[in-house]
Ligand binder design. Structure first.
Ligand code: G3P
Ligand code: MG
Length: 248
């Protein structure tokens, strides 16, 4: 049996800067850095012209004003949209960043990345492939696994496609609740970890995953007490929105 090993820091800022800055923006990642975080989780989706960008929702209306979808919008258009004002007027003018620019920023600032591949429905395979290929290129000069990001996805298809494009980038399979078949599914993709919602995560789940050689990341943990309990249970990493409350 393999001993599970987690490849990055054990506390990760969710969607860039958690709840302290607009999600999935460079301003968010900067906020995390200012608070001592050196690990970030963010979501990556494709525009209509297949540019990977940081985005959680497939449709506009929450972080991007108006109607429409990311998958139907070209990069040159999306690049003009405001991605910060929904959060606070202080962030007016903040843009949707391209994945490529975020990787370069994180590399320059020593920030480890959990890249959640978040395909718009129907774009699973192409999103996994393009994110995989781009990551392979952006990390081509890295030797060993230490600097590699970790891919994760709720989509098995996207993760399988990323694996085919960049087999050397480690992978984690994402769940809300870990199903009975969770270990089997993670193994089929040669994952190193399983990521699960902490609200439904039990101590015995962590033991079972560790026994199977899988590390465990859990999201989105915003209370210090719960973080300590999960650490006692042996969880390998947590992802948090409260980068002010939980020390990196
Ligand atoms: O990767 C952990 C977490 O980000 C998954 O949920 O919806 O916040 O992307 P979501
Ligand atoms: Mg995410």
């Amino acid at each position: 049996m393999r001993t599970p090993s987690w490849p990055g820091p054990r506390r990760i800022a969710h969607r860039g800067g958690g709840k302290l800055a607009p999600e999935n923006t460079l301003a968010g990642i900067r906020e995390g850095i200012a608070r001592g975080y050196r690990a970030v989780e963010f979501d990556v989706m494709l525009t209509a012209d297949e540019v990977p960008v940081l985005m959680h929702d497939p449709n506009f209306g929450r972080t991007i004003a108006g109607r429409g979808s990311v998958a139907a919008t070209r990069w040159e258009d999306l690049a003009t949209r405001d991605a910060g004002v929904w959060f606070s007027s202080r962030y007016a003018g903040e843009r949707v960043p391209r994945y490529e620019d975020v990787v370069r920023f994180c590399q320059a600032n020593g920030v480890w990345m959990n890249v959640e591949i978040k395909p718009a429905p129907g774009f699973e395979v192409v999103t996994g492939r393009i994110v995989g290929e781009m990551t392979g290129r952006l990390f081509a000069d890295q030797s060993g696994r230490a600097g590699w990001p970790l891919f994760s996805s709720f989509s098995i298809e996207a993760l399988a496609s990323a694996r085919a494009a960049a087999p050397h980038v480690p992978r984690g399979l994402l769940f809300d609740v870990i199903p009975e078949t969770g270990v089997e599914a993670a193994r089929a993709l040669d994952c190193i970890s399983v990521h699960a919602n902490h609200r439904k995560l039990r101590e015995e789940d962590i033991a079972r995953l560790h026994d199977a050689g899988l590390a465990v990341m859990t999201y989105t943990v915003n209370e210090q007490r719960r973080a300590e309990q999960l650490a006692d249970w042996g969880v390998d990493a947590i992802c948090t929105d409260r980068i002010d409350r939980l020390r990196p």
